[in-house]
Write a protein that binds this ligand. Structure first.
Ligand code: ATP
Length: 371
């Protein structure tokens, strides 16, 4: 259970979100990209991407700056038209060689990092903007319900500039969900907020998305955010889709070394496998491919280096100790290995600088890639 459950209170203090379960629901749709490519003046931003968002699920597009995440979102929104491939909503082509449904007829909601509220109209009018097709009294009812859900009803007569960043983002969320879009497209929606606020806004936005049942495509460059929010993570690099899977699968079995590095600051050991056996400072390991001989890179997560009692394991000396709260980061000199090794241990068992200790590997935190 989350610390915020049942309280409707945010970590940022006095303002409260509305009761959970009160956001208006929609009919979620399946959004599919089929071999989509897109270039800007010769720069290929998205290359042959095929991706399916299951109805009601959250897909996070994750990757470094410039890898094509925003372009894919803009293609889904209809702001750009793909030069190759097709985009389908519940099996119906909305962009492709034969058709192009304009953004306003796609039934998608948009939310961006910079909130993008209209500055010259009130909060209520901002939310009403997406409901111009409804009769006035019904539109007012829906807009006020959405504002209540995000805890901003008391500000309906205010203008955006009087609100904090977190509050503006809540209004942006209300505005995006109020037309009951089948698909929500969100581009780094929390990155303009400071960390504590980001956590609370993210958690409550997640709850709102689940209530609306909209399918969601969310762009982020933060792997932790992707793991917290996503049903599936789509990892992109250089315009390509590298891997698409559940957060656990992408974390445990990354497609390649670049994807692995994106999720963790590993200890990296460049070693050699001889007929499937690798000698490491921590003892012999089996290569993933039986009988492989050649260079291999071993990635060890800092939490995969475990202190052990007695005479087992490998001898190490503590070079540096950084207390991080519940865990402590150690820099270790390891017998038989030149480079310092990072280990993350429980703070309850922290050794002192200069002390000797024995360590061993936790295999679940070890990854190997042929180099
Ligand atoms: P970021 O995380 O920095 O927003 P991104 O992964 O969202 O990056 P895109 O914004 O989709 O990446 O950009 C992909 C590539 O396309 C980049 O090389 C970028 O410079 C280029 N690009 C994006 N928009 C345009 C544009 N309007 N005109 C020309 N090139 C563009």
């Amino acid at each position: 259970m989350s610390p915020l459950d049942g309280k409707n209170e945010t970590a940022d203090g006095d303002t409260r979100w509305g009761p959970r379960g009160t956001a208006a629901a929609t009919f979620a749709a399946r959004l599919s990209f089929e071999h989509v490519s897109h270039s800007y003046a010769g720069v290929e931003a998205v290359r042959d991407v095929s991706l399916v968002l299951a109805p009601g699920e959250i897909t996070c597009l994750l990757g470094p700056s410039g890898c094509g995440k925003t372009t894919l979102l803009r293609l889904a929104a209809g702001v750009e038209r793909p030069q190759q491939g097709r985009i389908l909503l519940d099996g119906k082509e909305i962009a492709g060689p034969n058709s192009f449904v304009p953004p306003e007829r796609r039934n998608v909601g948009l939310m961006f990092q910079d909130f993008a509220l209209f500055p010259h109209i009130t909060i209520l009018d901002n939310v009403l903007f997406g409901l111009r097709h409804l009769e006035r009294s019904m539109a007012l009812r829906e807009a006020r319900a959405a504002l209540r859900r995000v805890g901003m009803a008391q500000y309906e007569k205010s203008y955006p500039h009087v609100l904090s960043g977190g509050e503006q983002q809540r209004v942006a969320l209300a505005r995006a969900i109020v037309p009951r879009p089948a698909v929500m497209l969100m581009d780094e929606p929390f990155s303009g907020l400071d960390q504590r606020l980001r956590e609370s806004v993210r958690e409550e936005t997640f709850a709102v998305l689940r209530e609306t049942r909209a399918s969601c495509l969310l762009v982020t460059h933060d792997p932790v955010e992707a793991m917290l929010m996503a049903d599936q993570i789509a990892v992109m690099r250089d315009g390509r889709l590298i891997q698409c899977d559940t957060p656990a699968e992408v974390y445990r079995h990354p497609e390649d070394i670049e994807t692995a590095r994106f999720f963790c600051d590993f200890n990296e050991l460049k070693l050699v496998s001889e007929s499937g056996r690798i000698q490491t400072p921590f003892g012999d390991l089996n290569a993933p491919d039986d009988g492989y001989s050649g260079p291999i890179i071993i990635l060890i997560r800092p939490q995969g280096i475990l202190p052990v009692e007695g005479k087992t394991g490998t001898e190490a000396t503590v070079i540096d100790v950084r207390y991080l709260g519940d865990v402590t980061l150690l820099t270790l000199g390891v017998h038989g290995y030149d480079d310092p090794v990072k280990a993350q241990v429980a703070s309850a068992t922290v050794p002192e600088k200069g002390q000797s200790m024995r360590i061993e590997l936790d295999p679940q935190h070890v990854l190997m890639f042929q180099s």
